[in-house]
Design a protein around this ligand. Sequence first.
Ligand code: SAM
Ligand code: SF4
Length: 329
Amino acid sequence: MEPLVDGHGRRISDLRVSVTDRCNFRCQYCMPADGLPWLERSEVLSFEEIERVVRLMVGMGIEDVRLTGGEPLVRRDFPRLVSMLSPIEGLKDLSLTTNGYLLERDAAALVGAGISRVNVSIDSLQRDRFFQITRRDSLPQVLRGLEELAKHPEVHPIKVNAVAMRNFTEEEAIPFAEFARSTAFQVRFIEFMPLDADQNWTPDSVLTGEELRQIINSAYPIEELPREPSATARVFRFADGTGEIGFINPVSEPFCADCNRVRITAEGKLRTCLFSLHETDLREPLRSGASEAELEKIIRDAVWRKELKHHVGEPGFRQPPRTMSAIGG
Ligand code: SAM
Ligand code: SF4
């Protein structure tokens, strides 16, 4: 089959699939305190529908699939979906992004089902500050989940991702650097993006990767490693050889020119950019008997129209109506 390309010549090989819009946390930068009106069960793609789309898109050149949400582990029987997707021929990497709350329960089942890499989102290593961000007093539970997962060497690497927010993450930089140096977990900071339900984002609320790099470098000198093609993170190693740390800087250093990613929301909308104002419905064709060739054409046409770049921070930027939790970050 022809590779999947957009109208700007970028080859698309990375797909993020949101399996639910629901979540058991209420992170300040993502959801409102009271949650959001959830999708009805019938509105959400079934595992069989997800499998069909993923299989088709792997045939079109998708190599990496990341399962996300909402919180993927709150979806009932989620490891079964992993076991349906992991054998798909041509799929090189099947990964998961989770808040970790249910990992203690699910780690073994996920590994058995064939997950290859896991990112766990943790914004603070201090219990009270973790509570302040997530509105849940769950840091010990999440750390237990992380430890449970680490018992399975098949899952590698395990990354810990922290959102970088001004007046919050400055204090987290050194503890996370020390965590990265003293454990096998790979730590990544990701700049806060305007996808929060409360619409509190301002350009100034982003703590840039460069600012964090300087804080860390002053305590533990770091040196940049060569960047892999299409990698979103700039990765540094500690100069004394103990561990590494990364920065994902979508706001201060956009990597749109190298973007190889598209997303499918829990209700089956194909989104070609995190900040898309337009999306393409796959659920209706899936449920009304579209053939593989028809679905393929819908996907190729939508991907062809993928946005050149995001316009975050530029005059006239419009925040998409969906929050990160409803897109699938
Ligand atoms: N619930 C899972 C979790 O938190 O890992 C998966 C979904 S969550 C939407 C995916 C990632 O998006 C998390 O790492 C989260 O920290 C990040 N995220 C959410 N809102 C964000 C925002 N406004 N800016 C940057 N990252 C954000
Ligand atoms: Fe839930 Fe993840 Fe959003 Fe936090 S970032 S509210 S854990 S979906």
